[in-house]
Design a protein around this ligand. Structure first.
Ligand code: FAD
Ligand code: FES
Length: 271
């Protein structure tokens, strides 16, 4: 697979141009001059939160090249702590300092292969633009969206155009099939006859997806959420334990060498 291109991020003042609550999530549409134009699926933005040194990392869910406000990007928030709660409460017109796009994007296969995309909760966000890129390359895309319950499931309606099939999994069975990714991923991979697996979500989802890919002889790429401080490679505050290409264990910066890495390279027990 080709090494994905790294593009220079920009630090800009963004503006909230739309905000919408969907279940337990808040979807924000923001202007951020220069960020949508540089975006590749799998990139994230880092948002500065008043009174906090650490920026908050957010997957870019979607970009629009043009709108009434110019180019925009969408993020999906699950309000948990001070940063996500502050951002989720911002009204239309609020100004937000944004750095991005950050991180290594998903590498795209050269050939029109079969791909399984697995995303849990809000973290399924970067898989939607990925599905579109893969479809443009003629890949057959099977999408799995999972969540603990219906309120934290990212609706796959918007992705249907770009994918061959959608599977919905909830741990409590409130919608779709009951169960967790680990219970179903081998069967889903077999049904999709996937050559490549892309996964985003909590570490256990990524680990299960990477392990299933390895059992099936498929490639995997995982988008890891290692807590980030600066998001730009300066502070070394986002250690990601991997096995290098040379087979040597090392620790890399998740925000620059990741967040997307090969699943078989992650030292899961050391995370
Ligand atoms: C590359 C990347 C992309 C991300 N994309 C998104 C996104 O699109 N939407 C989104 O809502 N969040 C996303 N996150 C996670 C988000 O950046 C962190 O959860 C951040 O710490 C939230 O800040 P906070 O101030 O709200 O919560 P904090 O005060 O930092 O944490 C609040 C509580 O949540 C726990 N917590 C922190 N991070 C996580 C996590 N990843 N999963 C579960 N519990 C956690 C903490 O242990 C703490 O108990 C992403 C993280 C990374 C690294
Ligand atoms: S968060 Fe600062 S180097 Fe990664």
């Amino acid at each position: 697979m080709p090494v994905p291109e790294v593009r220079t991020p920009v630090h800009v003042e963004g503006e909230v141009v739309a905000t919408k609550r969907v279940g337990a999530h808040r979807h924000l549409t923001l202007t951020a001059p220069g960020v949508p134009e540089r975006f590749r699926a799998g990139n994230f933005v880092a948002v500065s939160v008043p009174g906090h040194v650490a920026r908050r990392a957010l997957w870019i869910h979607r970009v629009r090249a043009s709108s009434a406000f110019g180019p925009t990007l969408d993020v999906v928030l699950e309000a948990r702590g001070a940063g996500t709660s502050w951002l989720a409460a911002q009204p239309v017109g609020a100004r937000v300092p944004i750095t991005g796009p950050l991180g290594r994007a998903f590498a795209l296969p050269k050939d029109a292969v079969s791909c399984l995309l697995v995303g849990e909760g809000y973290a399924a966000a970067p898989l939607f633009p990925l599905a579109e890129r893969l479809r443009e390359r003629g890949c057959a895309v099977s999408l799995v969206v999972s969540a603990p319950d219906e309120s934290r499931l990212l609706s796959a309606l918007e992705a249907r155009r770009a994918v061959r099939s959608v599977t919905v999994l909830t741990a409590d069975g409130s919608v779709g099939q009951r169960g967790r990714v680990a219970d179903h991923v081998d069967e889903l991979l077999r049904r999709a006859d996937a050559d490549v697996v892309y996964a985003t979500g909590p570490a256990e989802v990524l680990r299960a997806s990477a392990a299933a890919a390895e059992r099936a002889g498929a490639w995997s790429q995982v988008g890891l959420e290692v807590s980030a401080l600066c998001g730009t490679g300066l502070c070394h505050g986002c250690p990601l334990p991997v096995v290098g290409e040379d087979g040597v264990d090392r620790v890399v910066r998740a925000c620059t060498e990741g967040p997307v890495v090969r699943g078989d390279r992650v030292r899961w027990d050391a995370l």
